[in-house]
Write a new protein. Structure first.
Length: 135
């Protein structure tokens, strides 16, 4: 079993969380708790110099529990798109600052970005570099 490393467990049992990363950290956003309820948890774990993940730590919670979200890191911001709330899908586009060391700002911005055209969960998100073709 050479080449395999144990990855630290997430702090809270949760499934279908959205994953995104910057150069230094992996972020896990929302998801579904073992009870079946959506989660408001956000976790981050550093990439270690040997390529493994460090310990997960709790970050600023989402303003509302959401499962099946999608997230994207661009510049010094993390964005969260849509998701499945407790009783309905969300059209929100949430945004928070990356403040260094895997930490997020103290509050999620729910008002700067326009909402998605339709409430959705599980949508795909891709970042295409300038000058590249999306085809």
């Amino acid at each position: 079993r050479t080449g395999l490393r144990r990855v630290p467990a997430r702090a809270t049992p949760c499934r279908r969380g959205s994953l995104c990363a910057d150069d230094t950290h992996l972020y896990v956003v929302g998801g579904t708790l073992s009870s079946g309820s959506p989660s408001d948890l956000v976790l981050s774990a550093p990439f270690q110099s040997d390529g493994s993940l460090g310990e997960f730590t709790h970050q600023t919670k989402l303003p509302t529990p959401l499962g099946a979200t999608r997230c994207l890191v661009r510049g010094e911001k993390v964005y969260v798109f849509g998701g499945q709330g407790t009783s309905e899908r969300s059209a929100l586009v949430l945004m928070n600052d990356l403040t260094g060391g895997g930490a997020l700002g103290s509050a999620w911005d729910t008002t700067t970005n326009r909402a998605l055209p339709y409430a959705r969960s599980g949508a795909a998100v891709a970042l295409v570099p300038l000058g590249a073709s999306a085809n």
